[in-house]
Design a protein around this ligand. Structure first.
Ligand code: SAH
Length: 196
């Protein structure tokens, strides 16, 4: 499939941090994503008390929703402002600690213990640091990854999930020659070749 000129486009982590500083965060939604509500049963598959991962989490409101259901939520987000806004907007007390394995990284944990947000690049994580997950909510994550990093991202995600996990992925479909992204256009054929 043709993804046009998007193949070469790169948005740096610094640019993402700046988007948060400028309040240029049109991707953030105050309402829970309708597709998560629709496919929640697929994600949970009858199970309770799951470990659910939110790659490139921003301040996604669905993290609070799933934690309130009794699941453990882990997110990763490069913008510290996004992470702090998440806790303050939900009035959740948290503590903040360095991550010994990753220089410069911090983990923010809700005092109640079931939400942990890593503030670092996703490429710094591994299952040795965060463990493995039963479920993934990937909205605004694969489509926000630079096209040149997709293979690396997908390999990492495959490494972070348990055998019997469910992975919900939201992509967007549009003419990639008309918008530069993100969100980038990720055709279904590419999803298949990335994740098998
Ligand atoms: N999934 C969220 C946010 C989507 S926008 C939601 O549904 O609202 C993509 C987010 O990824 C931004 O908040 C950006 O700061 C973050 N991000 C971009 N590159 C990253 C990286 N390499 N590691 C961690 N977070 C990153």
């Amino acid at each position: 499939s043709d993804i046009g000129s998007q193949r070469e486009r790169v948005v740096t982590e610094e640019e993402w941090i700046q988007k948060w500083e400028m309040g240029n965060i049109g991707f953030h939604k105050e309402q829970r994503h309708p597709l998560l509500q629709k496919y929640l049963d697929v994600l949970l598959n009858g199970r309770t008390g799951l470990r659910i991962f939110f790659p490139l989490c921003g301040k996604a409101v669905e993290m609070k929703w799933l934690a309130d259901m009794g699941h453990s939520v882990v997110g990763v987000e490069v913008s510290e402002q996004a992470v702090k806004d998440f806790f303050s907007e939900h009035s959740l007390p948290y503590c903040e600690e360095p991550v010994s394995e990753i220089s410069g990284a911090k983990v923010f944990q809700s005092t109640s213990g079931n939400i942990s947000l890593y503030c670092c690049s996703i490429y710094d994580l591994s299952s040795l640091i965060v463990g493995k997950f039963d479920g993934v909510w990937d909205r605004g994550a694969l489509v926000a990854v630079n096209p040149c990093d997709r293979q690396r991202y997908a390999s990492l995600m495959i490494n972070l999930v348990e055998k019997n996990s469910s992975y919900l992925l939201v992509t967007v479909s549009y003419d990639p020659n008309k918008h530069k992204g993100p969100p980038f256009y990720v055709p279904e054929s590419e999803v298949k070749s990335l994740f098998g």
